[in-house]
Design a protein around this ligand. Structure first.
Ligand code: FES
Length: 509
């Protein structure tokens, strides 16, 4: 059994702990720029770098600090092996489009490699083979089908029955010459380069709306205005939807990551299993030692068991297969999946051509974020891009995924109604430090968190996006919304959209 006492008490990412980023000032006045980028993750920073290199005046704002969102919580695999996806894409879109997706991923890898070379970036980049493995008879034929898809699309791959990582497997699909890196070391240099080229950066600046006349104007929470020609929404969930109905076209999932030292040396390679629960494994270099990243336990945001159980399940898996000599970090990440599993990259709606979105990367933000930055910056610079049609958000494919989404929307409706009825009769006086409960106060569903120094923080649990009810996430100490994935801190501040406003505070007598 895992020993939860060995687990770090608070979540923290290895990436953010191993490099420091400067703070950037808050925007306090209205400004003009050519391109305004909202969101300082891999998409926004890569786009800022590419545009500023071409002499475009760029301003980047972020609701918090740079790289505090998904990019700071990634596993940082640079690969076209995005799970078992190619057979599904062939069935869904045809071989030509499935092949384009692979090419887009490999072009993104090349762009990252070229950038590393150009600026001599020391970011622990290494070429690695990527492996999908299974130890389940049920998944062996699926890997065989996926290998046929590789052959049809000329993807270099091999079906084998063992791999460098020493765990029991029945079949393994290998994709050669993929890569991994330290994303924040890479992006820090891109930020420095872009700032040298004139990029302006503002932190703690939340975009809440866009007015669109001939040109877009971003409105911030502090009512500053950013007049510009182009807006790139690189904020994970688009804060401005137009009439694009993005909340109904994507769903959020959380995944958990533990970083451990083991008695074994990591054998190289990047691994993901085919079955559920998902398990993905790679290593990073920490002060000359291998740190193993074990990832998995995906579930819809705000739903399911106590989130600490997910960390414990990963700990159990690592103990069983590799042994843990030291438990160093744990953290979690949130991903958005679109109706057809292809990201939405392009104009937010047909009528608002100069407002771009880049979202729905599933778990594959390093390649998909780089693809998005290139497609959108090519649009702004007037360059052709072979992948822009493939990812356009206005595409529509009538297929079974629509039925699945109809079910998911029913799920949202269920949470909208039933969530309002769920609460406990816990007496908040009995709350343990560093724990939370949902109760009724003056007839209203209220979330109460007790800090380690016994302070109580009470919030109205009604999500500020579309009114679902948030639930406590014990592993990360956040209030998470099951409908579209908004996340709030213990005292109700927005950590992750689509919500833009904090939860209402509740006075305790
Ligand atoms: Fe949409 Fe909460 S995120 S209702």
């Amino acid at each position: 059994m895992p020993n939860a006492e060995n687990m770090p008490q608070f979540p923290q990412t290895f990436w953010k702990d191993s490099i420091s980023f400067p703070d950037f000032p808050k925007l306090k006045e209205s400004i003009k720029t050519d391109t305004a980028i909202v969101g300082g993750g891999i998409t926004g920073i890569t786009a800022a770098y590419l545009l500023s290199k071409e002499g475009i005046k760029v301003t980047l704002i972020d609701a918090g600090d740079l790289l505090n969102g998904v990019t700071g919580h990634t596993t940082a695999k640079i690969t076209a092996q995005h799970g078992m996806i190619y057979d599904e894409f062939i069935q869904h879109f045809g071989a030509e489009k499935a092949s384009l997706y692979y090419q887009a991923c490999m072009d993104a890898k090349k762009l990252i490699e070229d950038t590393i070379q150009t600026h001599h970036i020391d970011c622990d980049y290494s070429q690695e083979d990527a492996y999908i493995f299974t130890n389940s008879d049920e998944y062996v034929p699926q890997l065989e089908t996926e290998k046929k898809a590789y052959d049809q699309l000329d993807i270099p791959g091999e079906l084998i029955n063992s791999m460098p990582l020493d765990i029991p497997v029945k079949s393994v699909l290998k994709m050669k010459n993929q890569a991994q890196f330290h994303p924040l070391k890479y992006l820090k240099v891109l930020v420095d380069e872009a700032v040298n080229n004139g990029l302006q950066i503002y932190g703690n600046t939340t975009a809440v709306d866009i007015e669109y006349n001939k040109h877009p104007t971003i409105i911030t929470r502090d009512e500053c205005r950013i007049n510009c020609n182009y807006v790139i929404q690189a904020s994970h969930y688009p804060f401005y939807d137009g009439q694009g109905f993005y909340p109904t076209r994507m769903y959020p999932e959380r995944a958990y990551i533990i970083a451990v030292k083991t008695p074994e040396k990591f054998p190289g390679g990047m691994y993901i299993n085919a079955e559920s629960p998902s398990r993905s494994i790679r290593s990073v270099n920490m002060d000359g030692e291998d740190l193993w990243l074990i990832v998995g336990e995906n579930h819809k945001t705000g739903q399911g068991k106590s989130t600490m159980k997910h960390y414990e399940a990963l700990q159990d898996y690592a103990e069983k297969h590799f042994g843990i000599s030291e438990f160093v970090y744990r953290w979690s990440a949130q991903d958005l999946t679109t109706m057809d599993k292809l990201p939405y990259i392009g104009s937010v709606t047909k009528n608002e051509e100069n407002v771009y979105v880049a979202t729905g990367y599933r778990k594959w933000g390093m390649t998909n974020g780089t693809i998005a930055a290139k497609i959108i910056t090519d649009r702004i610079l007037g360059n052709d891009n072979p992948y822009s049609d493939l990812f356009t958000p206005s595409r529509f494919q009538a297929d079974p995924s629509v039925r699945k989404f109809a079910r998911m929307n029913a799920d949202v409706a269920k949470h909208l109604i039933s969530g309002k009825l769920e609460y406990t009769n816990d007496n908040i006086k009995d709350l343990e430090p560093d724990d939370a409960t949902v109760t009724r106060i003056k007839g209203k569903r209220t979330g109460v968190y007790k800090s380690q120094d016994n302070q109580l923080y009470a919030i109205d649990t009604t999500c500020k996006h579309l009114g679902c009810e948030v639930n406590w996430n014990s592993g990360d100490r956040t209030w998470d919304c099951p409908c579209h994935g908004s996340r709030y801190s213990y005292n109700g501040e927005v950590i992750e959209g689509p919500a833009k406003e904090p939860l209402n505070k509740v006075e305790l007598e």
